[in-house]
Design a protein around this ligand. Structure first.
Ligand code: UTP
Length: 293
């Protein structure tokens, strides 16, 4: 079955990036020449997605505006002889329909995904976190690979994983695989933010998921945990425990995950994208070299 719907949660408060996120969504922060969420949407479109449902919240209207067609701006560019800049707005005309619903209480990522249930109905769907980019430019087809595995294995869920340094397991959902994990592996267990000692592996959830609608029943059974949040990882663990087929797909070596949720990895992502800019990358490199020397 081809999957054409992606749910993109963007309702989180982004408190780790205060004061940047006081009145603007972290998903609109620039990485290279695009806001984070535009990178995410372009990746989805490349994977065959044609409908995107944003789970939004208060102070997130900039996201809705960004994907709207701005006829006034287009007319202004034409009238002022800046037609060459129209190419920068080409993403407005992607062959995709946008839908928006509000997560009216910030009860965590699991709850944000549950907000999609009335729209998703009885079909499988992708979840792509709006604050994480996978691969630079068009360097990743992980969502396409995940959809293929979902179909091939008649799975209930397929999740992207990346190997992280041991000290970083405390930030992510961590996989325990059934046997030695290859590029694709079956999950035996998933643990949310384990200690370094308790972590069953260094394979960390990497911001992309494909789910059958069974995940909604699991989310409804999931009690709020830490910080009164419903954890998506806990619902995935319920799915595994109830006999569901849950698989992991590893990111390829060049397919880095850029997490924009904290300053350390946001700064790293911004620098990498600026250095790779076809027009200004060379100058950025020279400026950095001067600073470092
Ligand atoms: P995070 O786990 O980074 O949470 O969200 P957060 O609340 O945005 O950030 P902090 O912890 O306060 O700094 C991962 C993704 O899930 C969305 C976020 O918008 C982000 O894209 N999310 C998170 C929701 O949509 N709703 C939530 O209740 C929590």
């Amino acid at each position: 079955m081809s999957i054409d719907l992606a749910v993109v949660p963007v309702a989180g408060r982004g408190t780790r990036l205060l004061p940047l996120t006081k009145s603007q969504p972290k998903e609109m922060l620039p990485v290279g020449r695009r806001p984070v969420v535009q990178h995410v949407v372009e990746e989805m479109v490349r994977s065959g997605v044609r409908r995107i449902l944003f789970i939004t919240g208060a102070a997130k209207s900039a996201i809705e505006n960004h994907f709207d067609i701005d006829a006034e701006l287009i007319a202004h560019l034409r009238e002022t002889g800046k037609e060459d800049l129209l190419a920068e707005l080409a993403f407005e005309r992607e062959n995709v329909d946008y839908f928006f619903t509000r997560q009216r209480r910030q009860l965590g990522l699991g709850h944000a995904v549950l907000c999609a249930a009335p729209m998703v109905g009885d079909a499988p769907f992708v979840v792509a976190l709006g604050d994480s980019i996978i691969g630079m430019g068009d360097a990743s087809d992980v969502t396409r690979r995940m959809i293929d595995e979902f179909d091939r294995r008649s799975a209930d869920a397929v999740i992207a994983f990346q190997e992280v340094p041991a000290e970083e397991v405390v930030h992510y959902g961590i996989a325990e695989s059934d046997g030695k994990p290859g590029d694709v592996f079956r999950l035996k267990r998933i643990v949310e933010k384990p200690s370094v000692k308790e972590a069953p592996s260094r394979l960390a959830v990497a911001a992309r998921y494909v789910f059958s609608p069974k995940i909604f029943a699991m989310l409804r059974q999931t009690q709020a945990g830490k910080a009164n949040e419903i954890q998506l990882t806990d619902a995935i663990q319920h799915l595994i425990a109830s006999g569901g087929g849950v698989y992991g797909v590893r990111l390829a070596p060049g397919e880095l995950r850029y997490d924009i949720g904290n300053y350390e990895s946001y700064f790293r992502a911004f620098l990498e994208f600026a250095l790779a800019d076809p027009q200004y990358g060379g100058e950025v490199r020279a400026a950095l070299k001067r600073i470092l020397d």
